[in-house]
Design a protein around this ligand. Structure first.
Ligand SMILES: Nc1ncnc2c1ncn2[C@@H]1O[C@H](COP(=O)(O)OP(=O)(O)O)[C@@H](O)[C@H]1O
Ligand SMILES: [Mg+2]
Length: 194
C-alpha cells in the first residue's frame, strides 16, 4: 500500500514526514493445529497530515494491522517504525509510553470500563496524558455533554462508541487509530466531529 500525497489529489495537506513505515508485516495466529494467516506481508508508509481509510471484508486483518500499529499486538514477522523508531523492537516500558503519549485508539468493541461513568471512562486516560483536553469537552464534542454521569449499560451502542471516541481524542494524541469507529453510529453523529 502506498499513500503518498502527490499520488492522491485528495490528500493535499499531507507532508513528507513519514509517521508509520511497515515492511513485510506478517501475523500468524496458531490455534492448535490450525494456523490463521491474518497478515501475509504488509508494506505501508503513512505520512503526517494524512487521513487514511482501510477497507476490507471482515476477517481480512484490519484490526490485526491497527493493533500492531498501535503497539497493542506484536507481528510474527516484519517491522513497524513510528517516526523512525522500530516499535517491534521496543521494550515494554517504551511500548507503554508509546501507547500512553503518542497514539489514540478507538477500539472496535469500545473497551469501556462498565463500572465507570462516561466522564470517568474518559478521565482514566486524561489523568495520565501529557496535554489532555478536559474530559467534559471531549464528551461534548461527541454530543454526550449531558450524559457525563451515565454508565455504559445506561447508554446505547452508538453512545458507547462515542465515549470511546471521546476517550481517544481527549488526550490529544499525535495519531488516532480508529477501528470501525462509526460502525454503531447513525449518519448525523457520524458526521458530527466524531
Ligand atoms: N486472537 C486471535 N486468535 C486467533 N485468530 C485471530 C485472532 N484475532 C484475529 N484472528 C483471525 O485473524 C483474521 C483477521 O482478523 P481481524 O484482524 O480481526 O479482521 P478484520 O478486523 O478485518 O475483520 C481472522 O481470520 C480472525 O479470525
Ligand atoms: Mg476488525
Amino acid at each position: 500500500m502506498k499513500n503518498r500525497a502527490d499520488e492522491n489529489p485528495i490528500q493535499t495537506t499531507a507532508s513528507e514526514e513519514t509517521v508509520f513505515k511497515a515492511k513485510g508485516l506478517k501475523k500468524v495466529y496458531e490455534m492448535g493445529e490450525v494456523k490463521v494467516h491474518a497478515l501475509r506481508g504488509v508494506d505501508l508508509e503513512l505520512y503526517s497530515g494524512e487521513i487514511i481509510v482501510l477497507l476490507g471484508p471482515s476477517g481480512s486483518g484490519k484490526s490485526t494491522l491497527l493493533n500492531i500499529l498501535g503497539g497493542l499486538d506484536t507481528a510474527t514477522e516484519g517491522y513497524v517504525e513510528y517516526r523512525g523508531k522500530d516499535i517491534t523492537k521496543a521494550t515494554e516500558k517504551e511500548l507503554t509510553d508509546y501507547r500512553r503519549y503518542h497514539v489514540g485508539f478507538v477500539f472496535q468493541f469500545y473497551n469501556l470500563i462498565p463500572s465507570l461513568t462516561a466522564l470517568e471512562n474518559v478521565s482514566v486516560v486524561t489523568e495520565i496524558a501529557k496535554n489532555p483536553m478536559k474530559p467534559e469537552d471531549a464528551l461534548s464534542i461527541v454530543g454526550l455533554g449531558e450524559r457525563l454521569g451515565h454508565f455504559p449499560s445506561q447508554l446505547s451502542g452508538g453512545e458507547q462508541q462515542r465515549i470511546a471516541i471521546a476517550r481517544a481524542i481527549a488526550k490529544n494524541p499525535e495519531v488516532l487509530l480508529c477501528d470501525e469507529p462509526t460502525g454503531a453510529l447513525d449518519s448525523s453523529n457520524r458526521n458530527s466531529g466524531a
